[in-house]
Write a protein that binds this ligand. Structure first.
Ligand code: AP5
Length: 212
């Protein structure tokens, strides 16, 4: 299965991709996670991406395309993948089509998770992530067993620097401007399925499974 997860910041792309990865045994490829890892490791890519991420802007297309191209060459993606946060612009979507052509593969579907703006802001302001393993929590919706400590690896939970209210508003604006046009791009191809992202995580997961 080859899927793209589309939706505004905080809609639950990462949460649902992690569950889908388990169900369908295909790797979750998150450009956001890959960029954050590069920033933490201080690589050249990380140095270039940092200021864009922290300002809530998109990292330039060529950098995003480069990391996805490299990632798709790995063996574990040969029979499928979940793209979480890529493509985000029409340029990226067209490049993805080219990459897939080269791999003699096609996208099976694009899932668009819809969530109203007030809920997105509430989710992002309460989100906490594990500094060590990247696991995602929420202070109210998905609290860890012990405050500030990751249930999975015991790492420290932190707030993402781009989850401040001002940066979240900028990310939502950037989504409207750059990523929303992709809805039409995939709708025209008849491979887009819209899913209501409100409700418990399991309920949203069931909706996605039915759409698939
Ligand atoms: P990225 O990390 O991809 O951020 P995003 O798209 O803004 O999405 P988020 O990770 O914020 O949200 P999500 O939809 O995954 O929600 P989550 O499951 O975590 O990208 C970060 C930055 O990297 C970008 O701004 C850009 O700079 C750069 N970048 C990345 N890809 C790029 C690209 N292709 N091109 C250019 N630049 C790129 O859930 C959010 C919270 O809600 C969590 O706390 C969760 O527990 C909670 N939650 C989830 N589901 C539910 C539910 N059903 N009910 C209640 N709470 C829920």
């Amino acid at each position: 299965m080859r899927l793209v997860m589309l939706g505004p910041p905080g809609s639950g792309k990462g949460t649902q991709s992690a569950a889908l990865q388990e169900r369908y045994s295909v790797p979750q490829i998150s450009t956001g996670d890959m960029f954050r890892e590069a920033v933490t490791e201080g690589t050249e890519l990380g140095k270039k991406a940092k200021e864009y991420i922290e300002a809530g802007e998109l990292v330039p297309d060529e950098l995003a395309i480069g990391i996805v191209e490299e990632r798709l060459r790995k063996e574990d993606g040969a029979h499928g993948f979940l793209l979480d946060g890529f493509p985000r612009t029409t340029v990226q979507a067209k490049m993805l089509d080219k990459m897939l052509l080269g791999l003699e593969a096609e996208l099976d579907g694009v899932i668009l998770i819809r969530v109203p703006e007030e809920e997105l802001i509430a989710r992002l302001s309460g989100r906490r992530i594990c500094e060590a393993c990247g696991a995602v929590f929420h202070v109210a919706n998905k609290p860890p067993a012990a405050k500030g400590v990751c249930d999975i690896c015991g790492g420290q939970l932190i707030q993402r620097p781009d989850d401040s209210e001002e940066t979240v508003r900028e990310r939502l604006r950037v989504y409207e401007e750059n990523t929303k046009p992709l809805i039409e791009y995939y709708e025209k191809r008849g491979i887009l399925a819209e899913v209501d992202g409100i409700g418990p995580v399991k309920q949203v997961f069931d909706r996605i499974s039915r759409a698939l």
